[in-house]
Design a protein around this ligand. Structure first.
Ligand code: GLN
Length: 456
């Protein structure tokens, strides 16, 4: 804990931590020492963690990287952080992210972006750590903490993990409680661990999972000992390679790392099969209707009354002006764009044409996966991202759709509610990390982690 706290102090330029909690960390570390000495220590005991700012942490600023939540200190602890603390873990502070988890580069954060510790060879251009869990990825990659929590609505654990050379798993929808995690798109949001390797991910995921009566979508299923399932034995497993993921414009080096991954799994005794997920091309458009629709509804609660920021009003302003001014000042541009898209696609005149259509597409995407799993496929191997980390500011003037394309390999997994893991696969010509993604059957995170372990 002490070495992490001093590393954080020396790494201000990364802007990964946005609120430090050294007093709490030292207190928790002391308590962990006592437990370890008493021989009553779970694996997560004493492990110093960074917590994404999307998690409500009692008495500690929890702003979802938004100005609208400025000064908000929750009265309660999220289920996941309370489980981690019960296991003896230490919180070093809160981590930067895109505002309300909307973004792929951490540039929508009200705190300013986090920075990727990696560089393109000798080129000093600062790169994005990805998003939305960019602070988590940067902090783990730069050794500011041993592991971090992330959340993933369309790729926000897996894309930043790939951009920074770390491991990140989004579990099956319902595996981890969403209680106390600020909602973005409730039918897609899942939290998960971001760690240095697969073993750490297995250990931390076990501590994060479990049924919670406070989240009606959390599954009442036993949580396996994921670490015990890491045998590296994948003989006889069938790994599907979806042909639709060979997309135009994907750099040659990503294709070749993907081929290397296939070969490694085959050498480890798995059978590699060509599969088809025919509705893949509709995933991004469906996601960028469904996620904003849910976001516009979830974000309606920020009204200047219940939480955080309220605009200064002029004489004669009524409640409508208070809402309008507060929301105009408090939300950044990307969040405002999503709220507008969301209210539009949910409006009476367009509901059937957009929102309902997107929901039907979502069902077809889910069915694509169900069909290949029914044919005996155990896991699916794909690239994690279509590029390596790009320069901060590089996408500033681009069409927002360019940024959305980052999620092309990851959103299908959220739409289908499946578990997906990104693991480091190697470096590109510029010397930057690239990741591979494995997608598993629902509730079979243990198998998925084991396949990732064989590939690590
Ligand atoms: N980049 C995607 C978006 O902006 C995904 C974000 C996420 O997973 N939270 O919506």
């Amino acid at each position: 804990t002490e070495s992490c706290l001093s590393a954080i102090e020396g790494a201000g330029a990364l802007n990964a931590f946005v609120h430090n909690t050294p007093d709490l960390a030292r207190e928790q570390a002391k308590a962990a020492d006592t437990r370890i000495k008493a021989g009553d220590a779970p694996d997560m005991c004493g492990i110093p963690l960074g917590i994404k700012d999307l998690f409500c942490t009692k008495g500690v600023p929890s702003q979802a990287a938004s100005n609208i939540l400025k000064g908000f200190k929750p009265e309660y602890e999220s289920k996941i952080t309370s489980q981690l603390f019960d296991a003896g873990s230490v919180m070093l502070g809160k981590l930067n992210m895109d505002e309300f988890a909307m973004g792929s580069s951490n540039e929508t954060s009200a705190y300013g972006n986090a920075v990727n510790p990696w560089r393109r060879g000798n080129d000093e251009t600062a790169l994005t750590p990805g998003g939305s869990s960019g602070g988590s990825a940067s902090a783990v990659a730069a050794d500011l903490c041993l592991a971090a929590t992330g959340t993933d609505t369309g790729g926000s654990i897996r894309q930043p993990a790939a951009f920074t050379g770390i491991t990140g798993i989004k579990p099956t929808y319902g595996r981890c409680s969403r209680w106390g995690v600020v909602a973005f798109a409730s039918s897609l949001d899942q939290a998960g661990p971001m760690t240095k390797d697969v073993r750490d991910a297995a250990i931390m995921l076990e501590a994060m999972c479990g049924h919670d009566p406070m989240d009606s979508t959390s599954a009442d299923l036993a949580v396996p000992n994921f670490e015990a399932m890491l045998t590296g034995d994948i003989k006889g497993k069938t790994i599907g390679i979806p042909r639709e993921y060979h997309m135009d414009g994907i750099p040659e080096e990503i294709e070749s790392l993907w081929a290397e991954g296939r070969k490694m799994l085959q050498d480890a005794g798995a059978k590699i099969v060509d599969i088809s997920l025919p509705h893949t091309k509709y995933a991004l458009p469906a996601y960028y209707v469904i996620a904003p629709a849910e976001a516009s509804s979830n974000l309606a609660r920020y009204d200047g009354v219940r939480y955080g920021h309220r605009a200064t009003l002029d004489a004669g302003d009524g409640i409508t002006e208070m809402y309008e001014k507060t929301r105009a000042e408090g939300f950044g541009h990307e969040v405002q764009r999503r709220v507008m898209i969301g209210t539009y696609v949910l409006s009476a005149g367009f509901y059937d044409a957009y929102y309902n259509r997107a929901r039907k597409v979502r069902t077809l995407i889910k069915k694509d996966f169900e069909d290949v799993f029914a044919q005996g496929v155990d896991a699916i191997l794909t690239p994690a991202t279509p590029t390596s980390a790009f320069g901060l500011g590089e996408m500033k003037d681009a069409d927002p759709v360019q940024m959305y394309l980052n999620d092309v390999f990851t959103v299908t997994v959220n739409l289908a509610g499946l578990p997906g893991i990104a693991i480091p696969a190697g470096l590109d010509k510029k010397g930057l990390p690239l990741g591979l993604q494995l997608i598993g059957r629902p509730w079979e995170e243990g198998d998925l982690l084991n396949t990732a372990y064989a590939l690590e």
